[in-house]
Design a protein around this ligand. Structure first.
Ligand code: 13P
Ligand code: SF4
Length: 343
């Protein structure tokens, strides 16, 4: 596809959400990325939070963390370019270690930064024998300390699969709170609520951690109340990294992919997504017939680091190549593969 054809294709898809000059400029980069992708036998995985042009032009697969992990595990390409954040690229390397995995920019995540492998070891010492579930939004050494991983798309199924009365669930305070509510478990946060002694005897069933997503923690029940007052027919969807109060006040909660599917399969007069803003733009581009309330100003600063320009540079110069030490990778792979086996 030449630049003019790419421009026209993109204009047809994202013309309602991206200015014309930006489409023209990015069409040129997209053509070069696609050429290099072929030359290097690469695949580009684009998270649902990628900006609309990147999402709709060069991504071979788009999806949530779970879906993209599956694609990373299954690909036979030589190079995986992960347009997402570091924990996602690490997961790709964990699952498919013989591939070159590239992350276009050193994009972090407030949840992944909230906990260390030493923190997990300390919790295991304090609660011996209790299975550890870690959210995929963690780094490889933290995954390596856990029994099983989960994503927002399968957290409840993962917890239920353990058949254990008590579970350590790390590190997202709000996702844990939402899972506790769905599974009927009582949750405690030992970092704040327990004395340092090991001999605590509380009626806990879920042991959480105080990590938060710096994007989803911003939404409040007050925001929802104000929106419903102005748009009484609006259908509100919240990511499970939002607080349990916000999730309870919304109409639907699910992973990024589950939210997209929900919008595609319902006929509400208006929709509001309580999640990273680009996703609303991506849905609005793909489904101009859906009335997406684009009141959003919350972009993830980490996802936002990934651009068309640095995706091109990544393919040209092999930046940033992801490495995971083998002894950590093997242990982390066990936890991630156990999760993938559940579905
Ligand atoms: P999903 O797994 O739902 O795509 O979420 C990933 C993420 O980082 C949400 O903030
Ligand atoms: Fe991390 Fe939140 Fe950004 Fe997702 S949106 S990558 S959880 S900081």
């Amino acid at each position: 596809m030449n630049v003019q054809q790419m421009y026209e294709r993109l204009k047809g898809i994202v013309g309602n959400v991206v200015p014309d000059g930006e489409i023209r400029y990015k069409a040129e980069i997209a053509v070069e990325i696609n050429r290099l992708k072929k030359e290097r036998n690469a695949v580009i995985l684009g998270h649902n939070y990628m900006e609309p042009v990147l999402y709709h032009s060069v991504s071979d697969y788009v999806g949530d963390s779970l879906e993209l992990s599956r694609k990373a595990a299954a690909t036979d390409k030589d190079v995986i370019v992960f347009c997402g954040v570091k924990f996602m690229a690490e997961t790709a390397k964990i699952l498919n270690p013989s591939k070159t995995v590239l992350l276009p920019s050193d994009a972090g995540c407030s949840l992944a930064a909230s906990i260390t492998a030493a923190d997990v070891r300390a919790l295991k010492e304090r609660f011996p024998g209790v299975p550890v579930v870690t959210y995929v939004n963690t780094y490889a050494d933290v995954k390596a300390e856990s029994d099983i991983c989960c994503t927002s798309g399968n957290a409840v199924a993962v917890v239920n699969s353990l058949g254990s009365q008590t579970v350590i669930f790390l590190p997202d305070e709000f996702l844990a709170g939402n899972v506790a509510r769905e599974t009927g478990k009582h949750i405690i946060y030992p970092t704040l609520s327990l004395p340092a002694s090991k001999s605590v005897d509380l009626d806990y069933q879920m042991i959480g951690w105080k990590g938060r997503c710096e994007v989803h923690e911003k939404y409040t029940v007050e925001d929802i109340r104000a929106i419903r007052e102005q748009y009484p027919d609006v259908l509100i969807l919240a990511h499970p990294e939002c607080s349990p109060d916000v999730v309870a006040a919304s109409d639907y909660s699910g992973s990024t992919m589950a939210m997209i599917k929900y919008v595609e399969n319902t006929g509400a007069p208006q929709y509001l997504l309580l999640t990273e803003c680009s996703m609303g733009d991506n849905i609005a581009a793909a489904h101009p017939e859906k009335n997406m309330l684009r009141l959003c100003s919350v972009r993830c600063p980490h996802m936002n680091q990934i651009t068309m320009e640095n995706t091109l540079a990544s393919l040209r110069e092999n930046i940033i190549e992801i490495h995971v030490p083998e002894e950590i990778r093997v242990k982390a792979a066990r936890a991630v593969e156990r999760m993938i086996a559940i579905g």
